[in-house]
Design a protein around this ligand. Structure first.
Ligand code: SAH
Ligand code: SF4
Length: 452
């Protein structure tokens, strides 16, 4: 989601005549989009912004800005922590970042023409207000890319109140975009060569529930999936994240008649203990979570399920933790993000008395990861010798001589071959090797010719 928001901001700068650089030493403006979900992410962003003050020495006009969740939750106080900061822009104001930064920059450059020795203090612009219809502002994409995959933000905010989570505080109430706007965005991406879209929201399956009616017993989210599915030239659809609440049979069924939906869901479980789920204010029982997973596997036998789990929530006993481990073993997730519980400001769980030590959290983290990794690697090894359909996305980051691709189950397959021929295509590949989480495959040329 943050990546998608950053892309929107980048696009506004390129439209305004700027170029995007990853080299902070060359930049005239340095913007850090921040996540607040865990404390570690905030500390990293603060550390990075602090260390970048050095650029002011050589380039005194550099504009510094924080955007996103930490900007939203800390607001003005960030100027005390980071004196060289110029701009703090919250989660409903991404569309204003360009205006603020460009304004400061032009002003500084003009003043500098008169006095070359001029130095600047932070400008201290802070905009973290609510903005009606801000969900409709995240809609443009950077033009200069050959990536055949794209993220599309379908909604903002969250109306749940999970007791550990800062998101409702930083992202506001749930607000969906109209189906037609989303479809048009997807169509324009497809016209540019995009083959796969991932629809983004905090609880995607609740998309539009307060704004749009059900039609023929189908939720607005399933209506949206059908509309996006009808786009010619689009080959794959993903979404993240769904939530057990409101995960109804119309969505399960959609996987039986919408073949472009990939056989993968990232479905956060958080805990396998009903007692902890209740303390987390997650309004479902473990049994219900398991039942949905089973229905999804019945609808699509090749369905891969990945999940998020928090370990070390306040009051989590060894028995609670063991219930989580048991459930992970039973459901055999294809992969799992394990998070150590992190105390967040203004959340009820932060004030719970029974906070666990970092040692206990780390111990459970490691034990759960060992179980998760063993299952994931066993499942990946079983794919050696099989043929998988892949979408080739571009050169691999680790070794640019090889190409990255993904199966519908979202597993990475490394390929060798001619990028001009393979990138952006969906074809079959024979898997010949597996090193834990990475699969290696060989394109099957006949299937590629069919794709052409
Ligand atoms: N809306 C999604 C989750 C968004 S946050 C959902 O409800 O499914 C992404 C993940 O961060 C969560 O699934 C959770 O596992 C983790 N997370 C959120 N708050 C956390 C906290 N305080 N400490 C540790 N992990 C947290
Ligand atoms: Fe946070 Fe819960 Fe909303 Fe997900 S559903 S964003 S975990 S409050």
């Amino acid at each position: 989601m943050n990546e998608r928001d950053s892309e929107q901001v980048a696009r506004m700068f390129t439209e305004g005549g700027y170029t995007v650089t990853k080299d902070e030493f060359k930049a005239d403006a340095i913007l850090v989009n921040t996540c607040s979900v865990r404390d570690q992410a905030e500390q990293k962003a603060l550390g990075k912004m602090g260390s970048m003050v050095q650029h002011r020495k050589k380039r005194p006009h550099v504009v510094y800005g924080f955007m996103g969740c930490m900007a939203q939750s800390r607001g003005q106080e960030l100027f005390q922590n980071v004196p060289h900061l110029d701009v703090v822009v919250g989660t409903q104001k991404y569309h204003k970042v360009f205006e603020y930064v460009d304004g400061i920059l032009q002003n500084r450059l003009e003043r500098r023409m008169d006095d070359l020795k001029l130095t600047y203090k932070g400008d201290h612009i802070c905009d973290i207000d609510e903005e009606k219809d801000s969900q409709n502002t995240i809609k443009d994409h950077v033009k200069e890319t050959t990536d055949p995959t794209a993220f599309v933000s379908i909604m903002q905010g969250c109306n749940m109140k999970c007791s550990y989570c800062i998101v409702p505080d930083t992202r506001g109430r749930e607000r969906g975009r109209p189906i037609q706007d989303i479809v048009e965005e997807c169509e324009s991406l497809v016209a540019r060569g995009v083959k796969e879209v991932t629809l983004l929201g905090q609880i995607v399956n609740l998309y539009g529930r307060t704004e749009f009616p059900k039609v023929d017993g189908k939720s607005p989210f399933v209506q949206l999936l059908e509309a996006v599915h009808a786009i010619e030239g689009l080959e794959r659809i993903r979404f993240t994240s769904p939530h057990p609440i409101g995960y109804r049979d119309d969505l399960v069924e959609a996987f039986t008649y919408l073949p472009k939906l990939c056989s993968h869901i990232h479905f956060p479980m958080q805990s396998g203990s009903d007692r902890i789920l209740k303390l987390m204010r997650r309004p479902y029982k473990n049994e219900k979570f398991i039942e949905i997973c089973k229905k999804m596997k019945a609808a699509r036998p090749d369905m891969a399920i990945t999940t998020d789990i928090i370990v070390g929530f306040p009051g989590e006993t060894e028995e609670d933790f063991e219930e989580t481990v048991k459930c992970v073993k039973e459901l055999e997730f294809d992969n799992c993000f394990v998070f150590r519980y992190s105390q967040r400001r203004n959340t009820p769980a932060a004030d719970m008395l029974d906070q666990l030590s970092e040692k206990v959290k780390e111990d459970r983290n490691q034990r759960l990861l060992a179980v998760v990794n063993e299952i994931a690697q066993r499942k990946n090894n079983a794919l050696v010798g099989t043929v998988q359909e892949v979408l080739c996305t571009g050169p691999s980051k680790n070794n640019p001589n090889t190409l990255n691709s993904r199966t519908p189950q979202n597993k990475i397959v490394i390929l060798e071959g001619n990028p001009d021929r393979l990138v952006g295509k969906v074809f079959k590949a024979k898997i010949h090797e597996c090193t834990g989480f990475t699969l290696y495959g060989t394109p099957i040329i006949e299937s590629l010719e069919e794709a052409e």
